[in-house]
Design a protein around this ligand. Structure first.
Ligand code: SF4
Ligand code: SF4
Ligand code: FES
Length: 801
């Protein structure tokens, strides 16, 4: 349809708000409280417009064909001027030191609305700063736009903020006659309310700081940035989140350390909050540059000789690398014949290949599809911990689309299960991964191949009592109770949920997404799970999304021929090895960190996205090693253009890649991988994998999973001063009770070969389990978790031994 805004004809879609259409057409309508993809709250009223002669609000008025919209009349600006005046009443004059100064929407709109007088007054009230852990709230700067509440509820899913009574006087009634209705209403509301954590005093949330990002003033701030820099002194460097496979667009804000020391440092990470949400890792784990002072020529030459003398049998690496580095490693592998070892990526790669071979295509959902879904199933992922950013999209979909869904996981995440009553957590046991997929096929597939026919037969009979109505000879209604035999899914029963509920959840649902995570990739039955999943993509209405476990697992899986390690000398690239060329402390030769490099990642949406160097690295890059070994590129990013076409890459030079969203929210970040090309060139293995039934006979109370607390995703995030934690075993309250443990006691967790001594801490947001993290280099949890993500571990308190 078409609408007209200020004389400009604009194309619009059914369901769009006027404000969205204006923004997509580069027409400016002032708006303070509205956030993209969130419900309009009508808190600020700045977006007032005239529609066909009547006053409306652009943020909550849906378009109609032929609508005539005016947003720029003098009358409208007079009203906006009056509203901005009310915001400025008693607003403290601390712009000189306020963190938001220079990028404050209150400043901007005060200028834009040409506020040059103050016609109103009100008595001051006590407005002290409040300490909210990593964040701080200054009530005197708060204009009660409620963006912080909205983003936390509609996007993040924590719903951790609310309005409370401010205790201020109401504006004098006399003003009612001298000011506009909207200005008076906005002022009254903001005199009455304040923002507070749900529990009243401290924030019990995942500390993503998205509320800080959306706050138009400096009312909520990150304490680690407070008073450290004014916005205009910082240089914004566009990048991609290096800590998880969302690889969201973000900016490193850098400037020099001090007058005397002109080396640069990152002061904060920021984002375009309308289009991206950052997780805690992206937001806070940025002071992780290597402290390399210069080039260690001796060690570098030793490393070159190790290659040239064919001493290196394995190169072990992880997926926190760029595509260009992964490609260099692959080229060196082809030249020197060593094994490229990355077990996490190998599991994902094998899973992906089996999936593609049997579905005939790549996984077909993106995080945008997740956002558009109204029915979401999650399986094999401890989602808020594994990929917080994707959990935001799930929350956003369920909240905004009035969606429903099922979340299968043995550990219950109580915060996530509170999103909506139609988003049901199913606490199925470990080892039931295949049954989840089989049930989806049983319930949703139109047809099944012969070898999966067993799924269609997985039913049992149940006797139920039904009421039957009939009429007697006189025509009176009689009700009789009768026994009836019905068929019920034995798969649903095994999984422990009521399939009848599903019918209600599915009412009026049309967009289905299935999200699959780590538990399935690291499973001894992974091949069969991939095969079942491929059939779901082919035979049901579900779109399927895989979550690559680390930042660039997908890129590595596309580019590298991976294998298991063999005996012999191992070079660790960013990992420990017989020779470590690494950004860890215990290296032989320092390597660069991801924020010291230009390059690209492939994110979970199958999009190649660029990232830039925030800081200079003084040591040797992998590219320097490659050049010494006969490859030839001045800069690592010369490889961007050479990434192989048969794996789906497009031969586009790094400098030609864009990295932004436009006003309409369209994604202009890098490019989408040509997944058809990848699938076409895959060595097809169409053999149907064997269904390896789980051999886990362990006591389910003893099971621990491999997972990190929300945000502290890896050894890289833990290097930052914000995290810098020692690993603990994180356990639910019921787990502690079952094992007779107290919070913070020291325990030994062990099997018949190994043990780890560790503190056990309470995670009050989970039920029914415990998890052991990977972020702390000092413990090695992988000695337990060899073939799957869960393992039965004995536990014993050692304080009393
Ligand atoms: S804290 Fe910031 S975002 Fe929240 S209501 Fe106040 S001004 Fe708005
Ligand atoms: S930090 Fe994130 S989770 Fe916590 S209140 Fe703010 S938006 Fe919500
Ligand atoms: S943006 Fe529309 S009322 Fe605030």
């Amino acid at each position: 349809m078409k609408i007209n805004i200020n004389g400009k004809e604009c194309l619009a879609n059914d369901g769009d708000y006027v404000l969205q259409v204006a923004r997509a057409n580069d027409i400016f309508i002032p708006a303070i409280c509205y956030l993209n993809d969130c419900s309009p709250t009508l808190a600020c009223r700045m977006c007032m417009v005239e529609i066909d002669g009547k006053r409306s609000y652009a943020c909550n008025t849906k378009v109609k064909d032929g609508m005539q919209v005016l947003s720029n009349t003098k009358e409208l600006w007079d009203e906006r001027n009056a509203i901005m005046q009310t915001y400025c009443i008693n607003h403290p004059l601390q712009c000189g030191v306020c963190d938001k100064s220079g990028e404050c929407e209150l400043q901007n709109f005060t200028h834009k609305a040409q506020v040059d007088t103050q016609n109103h007054w009100i008595k001051e009230i006590d407005r002290r700063h409040q300490d909210w852990g990593a964040l701080q709230y200054d009530p005197s700067l708060c204009i009660v736009c409620e963006r912080c509440i909205t983003v936390c509820k509609d996007k993040i899913g924590d719903s951790e903020l609310k309005t409370i009574a401010r205790g201020g006087d109401a504006p004098d009634k006399d003003f009612k006659d001298t000011m506009s209705k909207d200005a008076y209403a906005v002022w009254t509301k903001f005199q009455k309310s304040l923002i507070a954590p749900q529990n009243g005093t401290t924030l019990d949330c995942q500390e993503c700081a998205e509320c800080v990002s959306v706050c138009p003033t400096g009312a909520i701030i990150n304490k680690n940035f407070q008073y450290r820099s004014n916005a205009w002194e910082l240089t914004r460097i566009p990048a991609s989140n290096p800590h998880s496979s969302d690889c969201e667009l973000m900016y490193y804000d850098v400037k020099q350390r001090s007058i005397k020391d002109n080396t640069k440092m990152v002061y904060r990470v920021s984002n375009d909050f309308h289009f991206t949400t950052l997780n805690k890792a992206a937001r806070f784990a940025y002071d992780i540059a290597s402290d390399c002072k210069g080039k260690d020529e001796v060690e570098f030459n030793r490393l070159v000789s190790l290659f040239k003398d064919n001493k290196i049998k394995n190169v072990k690496f992880n997926s926190y690398i760029t595509n260009e580095e992964a490609y260099i490693l692959e080229l060196l592998r082809q030249k020197y014949g060593f094994n490229l070892v990355n077990n996490e990526a190998l599991c994902f790669q094998d899973f992906l290949k089996t999936f593609c071979a049997h579905s005939g295509s790549f996984y077909n959902a993106s995080s945008d599809d997740v956002k558009k879904s109204d029915f979401i199933v999650i399986a094999g992922s401890f989602l808020r911990h594994d990929n917080p950013t994707l959990s935001y999209k799930v929350n956003n979909a369920i909240v905004m689309n009035k969606g429903a869904g099922l979340y299968f996981h043995p550990i219950k995440d109580t915060k996530f299960s509170k999103i909506a009553k139609n988003f049901v957590s199913v606490n199925c046991d470990y080892g039931k991964e295949a049954q989840v997929l089989e049930f989806i096929l049983q319930y949703f597939a139109k047809d099944l191949p012969q070898n999966l026919a067993y799924i269609k037969d997985a039913f049992y009979e149940e006797q139920i009592e039904v009421e039957v109505k009939s009429k007697d000879a006189e025509g009176n209604e009689i009700k009789e109770k009768k026994q009836e035999t019905i068929k019920k899914s034995s798969l649903a029963k095994e999984l422990g949920f009521d399939e009848d509920k599903l019918k209600d959840l599915l009412l009026k649902k049309a967009n289905f997404t299935l999200i699959i995570g780590n538990d399935y990739f690291y499973h001894e039955n992974a091949k069969y799970l991939a095969y079942l999943l491929a059939n779901i993509q082919k035979l049901t209405d579900f779109k399927v999304m895989l979550i690559p476990p680390r930042t660039n697992t997908l890129g590595v899986s596309l580019l590298c021929k991976l294998s298991k390690a063999s005996d012999g000398f191992t070079l660790g690239y960013n990992e420990r090895g017989d020779f470590s060329f690494s950004n860890d402390e215990h290296n032989n030769l320092a390597s660069s960190n991801l924020l010291e490099q230009e390059g690209t990642f492939v994110n979970y949406d199958k999009r190649l996205v660029p990232t830039n160097a925030a800081l200079k690295f003084k040591g040797y890059y992998l590219n320097d090693l490659a050049n010494a070994l006969g490859l030839d590129a001045l800069y690592t990013i010369e490889y961007t253009e050479q990434l192989p076409k048969d794996k789906g890459f497009l031969n586009i030079a790094f400098d030609d890649l864009t990295n932004h969203y436009d006003n309409a929210g369209n994604n202009h970040r890098g490019y989408l991988i040509d997944t058809c090309e990848f699938v076409k060139n895959l060595k097809q293995d169409n053999q149907i994998p064997q269904n390896i039934k789980s051999t886990c006979e362990c006591k389910k109370d003893d099971i621990v999973i491999l997972a990190n607390p929300i945000g502290n995703l890896s050894k890289y995030t833990n290097k930052s001063s914000f995290f810098n934690e020692c690993a603990s075993l994180y356990a639910s309250k019921d787990y502690l009770a079952k094992h007779n443990l107290k919070e913070n006691s020291m325990v030994k967790i062990y099997d018949d070969k190994d043990e780890i001594i560790i503190k056990v801490v309470l995670d009050k947001n989970i039920e029914n389990g415990a998890y052991l993290p990977t972020f702390d280099d000092k413990i090695n949890p992988y000695k337990f978790f060899k073939t799957r993500r869960y393992y039965a571990l004995n536990i014993k308190e050692i304080s009393y031994e």
